[in-house]
Design a binder for this molecule. Structure first.
Ligand code: TYR
Length: 320
């Protein structure tokens, strides 16, 4: 694969790359290079996670070694459960990531396995360089408890930054909510003797209820291993106002999971309502905005595509 192609592949469906030029240099170099993403263990792996996993596969195809960091200690610091509960979730999450295709050339790393004296000394060193308020601000979109601020909240982003050092990464990937932590890491790592990583940020997708973020804790997600009926039910119940394209979660799922692989979407519709349609994304937007397509017809089509898209994931989960 040539460099331009690799970059286009990686950059697809990303919100920003800081900095693109540095990413290009990494791809061009023959040195071993590592890209990582970390996730707090969570109840279910959903379509939001899957967007990130797809980018990791693009990075792998461009020659990066992939490390998936299971942030059990971070989740613990964030009040998400006991370490035992989190370890159980971690195991099922790893299975979902594998089912999404991240099997080869991928290392799964459990956060608590990485706590070495050397790591902790670096954490303490960095802790002297960051104010409490800066650390706290970086956590604005990651903290579970928005009202009660504890010391754990300040430790969290410092440890996340030092994970990049400990794992030897040159590219850090995360959702847009990780942005401030990543900026902190880019500032602090050079001060403890490690180069700032390239940061790649993935857009957050809306919840099926129309809220800003799909999240396992809010029950507004489609899980990657949901069965066919559940997918249908969830899409049918999704927020999908008539005539509105913007911030419409069903339209967004079509964008990321149908138009990613298909030039046109095929929509089945009874003759008396205008008959079947085959539409490019632009055509779909126009037809929908003009209220010439009913939400129910859109939902049925999107659910059918999604059921097919996620079929290999369900099969992998059933077999393993
Ligand atoms: N902050 C990430 C989890 C994470 C933790 C540590 C890392 O090194 C990377 C990622 C989240 O919100 O899910």
């Amino acid at each position: 694969m040539d460099v331009g192609e690799a970059i286009d592949n990686i950059a697809r469906d990303t919100e920003e790359i800081i900095e693109l030029e540095d990413l290009r240099k990494l791809i061009e170099s023959d040195d071993e290079k590592v890209a990582y993403v970390g996730f707090e263990p969570s109840g279910k792996i959903h379509l939001g996670h899957a967007l990130t996993i797809r980018r990791m596969m693009a990075l792998r195809d461009a020659g990066f070694k992939i490390k998936i960091f299971i942030a059990n200690l971070h989740a613990y610091l964030n009040g998400k459960g006991t370490l035992d509960e989190l370890d159980e979730l971690a195991e099922s999450n790893i299975k979902s990531f594998k089912a999404l295709g991240l099997v080869d050339d991928t290392e799964y790393i459990i956060g608590s396995d990485r706590i070495t004296p050397e790591y902790m000394i670096k954490v303490f060193q960095a802790a002297q360089m960051i104010t409490i308020s800066r650390a706290q601000r970086s956590m604005a979109q990651v903290s579970r408890d928005k009202d009660n601020h504890n010391v754990a909240e300040a430790l969290y982003p410092i440890m996340q930054a030092l994970d990049m050092y400990s794992l030897g990464v040159s590219v850090a990937v995360g959702g847009m909510e990780q942005r401030k932590i990543h900026m902190l890491a880019r500032e602090i790592l050079p001060k403890v003797g490690y180069p700032a990583p390239v940061c790649i940020h993935i857009p957050l997708i809306h919840g099926t209820d129309g809220s800003d973020k799909m999240s396992s804790s809010k029950g507004n997600f489609v899980a990657v291993d949901d069965d066919e009926k559940t997918i249908k039910d969830k899409i049918n119940k999704s927020f999908c106002p008539i005539g509105v394209v913007e911030d419409n979660p069903v339209m967004e799922i079509a964008h990321y999971y149908i138009f990613s692989d298909n030039e046109k979407i095929h929509i089945e519709r009874p003759e008396k309502f205008g008959g079947n349609l085959d539409l490019t994304e632009t055509e779909l937007h126009n037809v929908y905005a003009n209220e010439e397509l009913h939400p129910m017809d859109l939902k049925n089509a999107v659910a059918d595509y999604l059921i097919e898209y996620l079929r290999p994931v369900r099969e992998y989960m059933a077999e393993n």
